[in-house]
Design a protein around this ligand. Structure first.
Ligand SMILES: *Cc1c(COP(=O)(O)O)cnc(C)c1O
Length: 400
């Protein structure tokens, strides 16, 4: 029998084919080695598994349901659209799936503090929540520009007891926040641990975050069977770094009848700087400590990117997505800013669910796909988060 996919990848060095690995400064090798060892030690212990299960059930709100989007499906007139409701997690998105587990790992290692960067503030809020629950200190690094832009999330982090540290150099956005967080971590590796917010970064993070997010598809497989007595024909998820997408893909990768679509933001157009469709327009390259497919500017540096959804405007993508795409196991779907906003309104008005703008990309693509398929086919969309955070922006920039 063939070895199941999830047990085959990544290899010992963290490679999915040629993608992944660990490209980090000398000083970081030991601390990351420590994280990897700790994870290997605890991941199959009953204590870790039970603690994670407990917190997911009694605090976070799992299992999240699958809802049939009847009105939206009728409107599209083709395949049936189902939604995996990650928007119903505490804090409103899938991010707590990995943040809770990362903080349990930190506790196991005897650490007092968790450190991370955040772009739009979503990962920062989720990590601050997990740290509050487990009574650890939390330090979030954020670009000064993002602090101004995403002020409500800054306030949330502070109320939750986290320290928000502004990154004041360079362009003062996500990349600088990563630099600043790594620097702080390096100064205090004994007491603290770095918590990455997606399936990106050096080994073991792409593997670890995938494992933590795989709960989405473990639940979904059973729930979908209960509803339709079969596997879904298609699965659709938006891809920024790729954590919610790999979460809903993972249990289906070995099921060859299931088509897997990762949806990338086409933003405002095809030119560099107008979109963040890394898998579609990118080339192989190393950034933030891992090898993947990334968008480069003329100097070969990470390119400027854009999306109406600030959680998916990242110039690279998790290495496992690069691998699955080059293996032709997954397909890439595209969605513009305009299509995402249209889906945001459609889902709100037809189903009573306001989606995050990130998730609206997956909904928009599912709507396009549904129209091309017969009525007996099914599409399962990962609704990664709720849209409360986006309502002010949408109503101001795309009025009803
Ligand atoms: C952060 C975020 C994303 C993007 O991150 P992935 O790692 O690509 O999943 C998508 N949706 C929501 C709601 C988010 O908060």
């Amino acid at each position: 029998m063939r070895k199941p996919y999830l047990k085959s990848y990544p290899d010992k060095e963290g490679f999915f084919g040629e993608f992944g690995g660990s490209y980090i400064p000398e000083e970081l090798i030991k601390p990351f080695e420590e994280i990897k060892k700790a994870y290997e030690e605890i991941k199959s212990t009953p204590k870790f598994i039970e603690e994670l299960k407990h917190v997911r059930k009694h605090y976070q709100g799992r299992p999240t349901p699958i809802s049939f989007a009847r009105n939206l499906s009728n409107f599209c007139g083709g395949a049936k659209i189902y939604l995996k409701r990650e928007d119903l997690n505490h804090t409103g998105a899938h991010k707590l799936n990995h943040c809770m587990a990362e903080v349990i790992l930190a506790k196991h290692l005897g650490k007092k503090k968790v450190i991370a960067e955040t772009g739009a503030g979503q990962h920062g809020v989720a990590l601050a929540t997990a740290a509050a629950y487990f009574n650890l200190e939390c330090e979030i690094h954020m670009g000064e520009v993002d602090i101004k832009k995403e002020y409500p999330n800054v306030v949330r982090m502070k109320i939750l007891g986290a320290k928000v540290i502004p990154a004041t150099h360079g362009l003062k956005t996500l990349k600088e926040a990563v630099d600043s967080a790594f620097e702080a971590y390096l100064k205090d590796t004994d007491n603290s641990i770095y918590c990455i917010g997606s399936v990106v970064g050096p080994h073991p993070f792409p593997m670890m975050i995938r494992d933590f997010q795989s709960i989405i598809s473990i639940e979904a497989k059973e729930q979908f069977f209960e509803l339709e007595c079969k596997l879904p024909d298609n699965i659709v998820a938006c891809v920024g770094g790729g954590s919610n997408a790999i979460g809903i893909f993972s249990s289906f990768i070995d099921e060859e009848t299931v088509n897997l679509y990762g949806v990338e933001p086409m933003g405002k157009g095809e030119k560099i700087g107008e979109h963040s469709a890394s898998l579609t327009y990118g080339e192989e390259g190393i950034m933030h400590g891992f090898n993947s497919i990334m968008l480069k500017d003329e100097k070969g540096e990470p390119a400027a990117v854009h999306s109406v959804a600030s959680g998916i405007d990242y110039p690279s993508v998790g290495p496992e997505h690069a691998f699955l795409k080059t293996q032709n196991r997954t397909k890439v779907g595209l969605c513009t800013d305009k299509e995402a906003v249209d889906a945001f309104y459609k889902l709100s008005q037809m189903e009573g669910i306001i989606p995050a703008l990130e998730s609206a990309h997956a909904v928009a693509y599912a709507m396009k796909l549904a129209k091309t398929l017969p009525k007996d086919k099914t599409i399962l969309v990962n609704l990664s988060g709720r849209g409360d955070k986006d309502i002010d922006y949408v109503i101001q920039n795309y009025p009803l």
